[in-house]
Structure formats: C-alpha cells, structure tokens
Design a protein around this ligand. Sequence first.
Ligand code: C2O
Ligand code: CU
Ligand code: CU
Length: 497
Amino acid sequence: MQMNRRNFLIGGAASAVALGSTSLAQSAMRPLPLIPMTDLTGGIESRIALALAPSIHDFGNGAASETFGINNSYLGPVLRVKQGQTLPFDVTNSIGDVSTLHWHGLHIPGDVDGGPHQEIEHGQTWSPDVPIVQRASMNWFHSHTHGKTSQQTYKGLAGVMLIEDDASLSADLPKTYGVDDFTLILQDKAFDAAGKMTYALTGEVFQDGFMGDTLCVNGTIAPVAQNVPVGLVRFRILNACNARFLTLSMATGPVTVIASDGGFLPSAVQADSIFMSPGERYEILVDMKAVETNSLMVSFGEDEGDGEGLFGFFGGLLGGGGESAMTALTMTRTADKGFDAAMPNRLANLAPPRPEEAVVTRSFSLNMETGGDLVALAANWGNFCGDGAMAINGQPMNMDRIDEKVRKGDTEIWRINVDEQRHPFHIHGCSFRILSQEGGTPPAYAQGWKDMVHVQDGWSDVLVRFDHDAPAEAPYMYHCHILEHEDCGMMGQFTVG
Ligand code: C2O
Ligand code: CU
Ligand code: CU
C-alpha cells in the first residue's frame, strides 16, 4: 500500500485538523496521532520528496505554534523501506535558513550521510541516492546544520525511517501500521503562557541542554490514548528530545524489548524499565491478550542530575512507580481480534562481541569547559558556528579539521571518557556493540546493535567497524547527542577509506 505524495500531504493536513478539534475537549485524553507513513517496501516508483518548511502546528492545546515540518505541520513522515533498495531522495529546503538532513543510524557513505558538509541552502534541493544495505532496524533523520542542529530539530526537522528485511517481514511479529504496530516519537517541549512552543538559549541551557517540562508523543501533548485489538502490540520508540534522558516503564508488567538502535536483539528481553538517551531507539511488545488496558509510563528522571546516577540506574530498577512517572500513552483493548501469537523467544542471530578482534583503540574525552563564553554564545544564537565552548579531546568542532582517520573494515575500540554530567555519544556510519557502559555491563536490552552509548563518571567502550567510505570532503561525525552540546563544539570528524 503505497501512499502517493498527494495523499501524503492531505494526510498531514487532516491530522492537524483532527488535533485542533480534540483540543476543544481538554478533559478527554487526546488520541495518539498516527504519523503519516510512506510504505516503499513494495517498490519505489518515483523520487521521494521531502519538503522542509515552516509551518503552524497545534500540539493539542489549541495554540498555533510556529514549527518546522517535513511534509507535515510538525516532524516528518515515517518512511518504511527495505534492505537492498536505493532511496532516491529530493530534499527541498524552504525554512528560510540553511539546513541539512542526516540519516541517523544508516550505514551509508559519507557523501550521502547528510551531515554538516551537505548543506542545503534555502530554496535548494539536495538529491542523494541512499543505498540501504543494513538489517531491519528503526532509524531516524534530523537536521544536522552546523551550530543550528538543536534549534532546527527542536522546531520539527526530524522523522523516522523503518528498515525492513526479508527476516523482519516474515517474522512472527505485529506489523500492521496504526493497528498493532505504532511509531512513537517522544519529546519534551516548553510552551509559553499562550500555549505556543518556545525555545530559548542561555548559558545554563548550553550546560544542561534544552529541557522542556511537557512530554509530547508524535507532536501531541501527553497523555494520549489508543485503542488496540486483542493480541500483541508493537511500539517502535524514538527519544527525539534535545537533551533529556527518559525512563520508560509499563503501568502493568515489565517492558518487553525486542530491538535496539541497529536491529533485533537475539531474543526478547524483559526489564522493569528502560533508560533511553536522546537519539536512542527501542522496539517493545505489549501483550494485550492478558490485560484490558495498559499504559506506557515515562519519567524525565529529573533527580538524576546530581552526578550520582541514582535516578538513572537505581530509579530505573524501581520501575515506573516513582512519583515523576507520567502516563505517555494508554492502550485500551477493543473486541477486535489482533495479532494472536506468543511473545517470541528467538529474534535474530547475534554473537557476543569479540573485542580481541580490535586492531586500533581510540580515546575520546568530552570536555564541558574550554574557557569559551557560553553566555555570549547563547546571546549570539543563530550567528555562531559551533566554534565554541565545548570540545572533544580539547578541540572544539572545526569543519576544516579531520580529527581521526579510520581504515575501512578495521575493528576498533572507541573509549568515551567524561568527567562531568552524563552525555549520549553517537557515531555516524555504523552500528556498534557496547562493551562497557559507565563502568559496567550494559543492560541486556542495550547489548545488541547500537549507535548510541551514554557515559558519565568514567568511560564507556564500544566495538565498532566501518564498511563505507567517508572522504575528507564528506567526513562522518562523532558527537554528543545533547544537541546544544553538539552545537557548542562537542563534535569531531573522521574519514574512512
Ligand atoms: Cu542523530 Cu550526528 O546525529
Ligand atoms: Cu547520526
Ligand atoms: Cu554532552
């Protein structure tokens, strides 16, 4: 079922109208907005148009917020594609400023990666042909404009790409979009007294990253509600916050995780809660045969900023029962028959990582303080280029400097060190395995394919290999995924060849 471009746009407009009308009934729980999905798994007939544009969006409170959207009034479409395809994109920028669109999680060459070197001027179209060679996984795309990533992504330049492969398409898993297979984009937002989305920078915002006090799901203020059939229900979840770590749990029962950033886990993992950094993705299953209603709970984990990691780790073990857990989404079972299968035990072949294969070890220190003036940077917003007050290995990001040169096909260990705060670290062009996270074994749900790892008080190690080229004119990035830190210079560039 391929949605053509005309329906696509109508779909976007229709969902905006639906949001407006539900906001009149403030007391009723808002329905979960279904992000318009473009299913290309059956074949690609024409170029795929993505239009980055300013828009007006109602987050469900009746106010007209100024946003950016990609074919929609806020955020982009869900693109469902298949391994082996080459995606012919036409990305048109009309936001009134330079932009870029990076494919986060994709194993693709540097020249189509959409990083800061592939700028799209206002009024221009970027037309990369993006080859999909990797396994089934949930990926995303967002602005990666040097010095402006945080602001542009916050305003709405982000969307989801679901890669399927033969195994995932024939797997015994729910896969009917909008019925038993849902994509959830979780974000924290700030709204002013009139209900309009706001974003403002100060030196402090640069320190912590921008945090809103309101949880949104797919561009609508939580909690949201969704009816589901009797059976298994699948949620593909993205933490698209600029800076917030989220703790997810279920109102009833454990969280059953089946996939992480880069693909399926070897088997389903049950956890009391999962801790998600900005940029991370997890897929979970909820058994709606056993219960009539269940809710996905999200906690901002505000008490964890003390550097003790109490909330993030032990708070996670306590599950969603903590006072700060909010209802993100309530599912209510209907009488309809749904996907009637047991929770799967085997999902994928995935051998343990083999660190003994590493031929190179690299070390990266994330630096919060380089002596740069954060307050001045914040005041100069929109007019600075990340040449800033944060750094990696003492060097703030510089577009003209290549920091690391990697040999294609080599297995490497990357050690990420930090001495202040917790940071989510991301590497372009690959999926890696986490060897250690914050000094310990990562939780079972984070032991599969990843492109995000977090670190505080010490280091995290990942085992990584790059199989695609990234030349000096189109290098890959590694960076902190607190977007304000990235914009402030906590980013570096590397080539692969
Ligand atoms: Cu999600 Cu370099 O970014
Ligand atoms: Cu990326
Ligand atoms: Cu950071």
